[in-house]
Design a binder for this molecule. Structure first.
Ligand SMILES: CC(C)(COP(=O)(O)OP(=O)(O)OC[C@H]1O[C@@H](n2cnc3c(N)ncnc32)[C@H](O)[C@@H]1OP(=O)(O)O)[C@@H](O)C(=O)NCCC(=O)NCCS
Length: 151
């Protein structure tokens, strides 16, 4: 489902965007893509090693041979996985790429029979549009407590 191409409106929007698993050869492009959002403190900085650990469950959006989006699904257990390092190039935002990257992660979680997928984010409306919500069924809520302040 999420591997199909997508077209939008306008000249640039006619270039198809494909969502595919991330591979080692993408690491430099991904680091470059992430960097501005790290500077803006929207996502955490990643080392090459951390990126490599996330590779098995990561996806890129590719347009005209260029990486324009990235997301990783970090699987903690059979119960829980987290959407990490979601970014879409500023020039390509607002055309459904972010949503397709999240859908790829949710699909991967389903394949691996992971029960819940979470996201810690300030992009609240975006995640709502992807079907996420603050509460869990049965009026349960997720609570967090930080053991350190250096992150
Ligand atoms: C958040 C982000 C990944 C969204 O990517 P995107 O490709 O622009 O999102 P999409 O085009 O798939 O948008 C899907 C929906 O979310 C909405 N949306 C996207 N970004 C939004 C925002 N910042 N505020 C409100 N709504 C937003 C879109 O309007 C769209 O809804 P619609 O289909 O009803 O119009 C992108 O804005 C980004 O890279 N932001 C900087 C990094 C970041 O904050 N990452 C999240 C860390 S968890």
């Amino acid at each position: 489902m999420f591997l199909e191409s997508n077209t939008g409106e306008g000249a640039d929007h006619e270039v198809p965007v494909s969502i595919r698993p991330c591979c080692e050869a993408d690491r430099v492009s991904v680091m470059e893509l992430i960097e501005p959002y790290v500077q803006q403190r929207k996502i955490l900085r990643r080392t090459f090693e951390e990126l490599e650990e996330l590779l098995t469950n990561s996806f890129v959006a590719e347009m005209g041979g260029k990486v324009v989006g990235f997301v990783a699904l970090e699987v903690y257990s059979a119960k829980l996985a987290e959407i990490r390092s979601l970014v879409v190039s500023i020039h390509c935002q607002g055309r459904g790429i972010g949503r397709r990257l999240v859908a790829a992660c949710v699909e991967r979680a389903r394949e691996k029979a992971v029960f819940e997928v979470m996201a810690i984010t300030s992009s609240e409306e975006f995640f709502r549009s992807c079907g996420f919500d603050y509460t869990l069924p049965g009026e349960k809520k997720a609570f967090f407590l930080q053991t350190r302040t250096d992150h």
